[in-house]
Ligand binder design. Structure first.
Ligand SMILES: C[S@@+](CC[C@H](N)C(=O)[O-])C[C@H]1O[C@@H](n2cnc3c(N)ncnc32)[C@H](O)[C@@H]1O
Length: 204
């Protein structure tokens, strides 16, 4: 695993191969709990978490070049060694994460694709939840937020196909920094729907 120190101050994860699982110890230069932010956008949530928890590592996954670069610059400007961003599709990144390696996944305000004919593009599917369960450590958590009631209901239906993940009453909400999109939605008075899941089976 290499990081490119020239373009983004070492904040991006550069893959040796799109087929080889990520070596998280090599990415962060140490063995520590890892949290993953899917669709990390401008990186401000990732950076806020990394600044307040230097003993943990934070991996963003973002496909859009402009947002990926903003996130990398934000990390580089603060000199954070515990935050990195991978520019990749979420489904592909999930495939590269070693089994039982992740402590927490965040999926915060995923693209809603409200039109019926576009809903197949939504990130949360049975395959997504099963892959998340596979990559999570035992008792690892998934934190999801959306402003879309319809998507939220669809997520809860999909959850029935992932018995390893159980919805629990969220306890740490107040402690989470607000994301850029969350601030926008709150300002607009939009509702925020939250789901916290926990992996309840041991890693096989
Ligand atoms: C609505 S924005 C939310 C960004 C951030 N989580 C926040 O709350 O401010 C969704 C983000 O997910 C990214 N995204 C959507 N689908 C993705 C995918 N399949 N793979 C990687 N990134 C994706 C988008 O490019 C965008 O930056």
């Amino acid at each position: 695993m290499r990081t490119n120190t020239r373009s983004f101050l070492g904040a991006e994860v550069e893959l040796e191969s799109v087929l080889v699982p990520l070596d998280l110890v090599s990415v962060f230069g140490r063995l520590a709990p890892v949290e993953v932010d899917f669709g990390s956008g401008d990186g401000s949530f990732l950076v806020a978490l990394a600044e307040r928890s230097p003993e943990r590592d934070f991996l963003g996954v973002e496909k859009l070049p402009g947002r990926f670069q903003s996130g990398c610059r934000r990390i580089g400007a603060r000199g954070l060694s515990n935050a990195r961003i991978l520019q990749l599709e979420i489904s592909h990144a999930l495939y590269l994460l070693p089994r039982g390696s992740i402590d927490v996944f965040y999926l915060l305000f995923p693209d809603p694709w409200p039109k019926r004919r576009h809903q197949l593009r939504r990130v949360v599917t049975t395959e997504f939840l099963r892959a998340v369960a596979r990559a999570l450590k035992s008792h690892g958590a998934v934190r999801i937020k959306t402003d879309q009631e319809d998507y939220f209901a669809a997520m809860q239906r999909t959850l029935r196909d992932a018995p390893e993940l159980n919805a629990i009453v969220e306890d740490g909400e107040a402690a989470l920094p607000q994301t850029t999109f969350e601030k926008r939605f709150l300002q607009a008075g939009a509702p925020i729907y939250r789901l916290e899941l926990r992996k309840t089976v041991a890693n096989g």
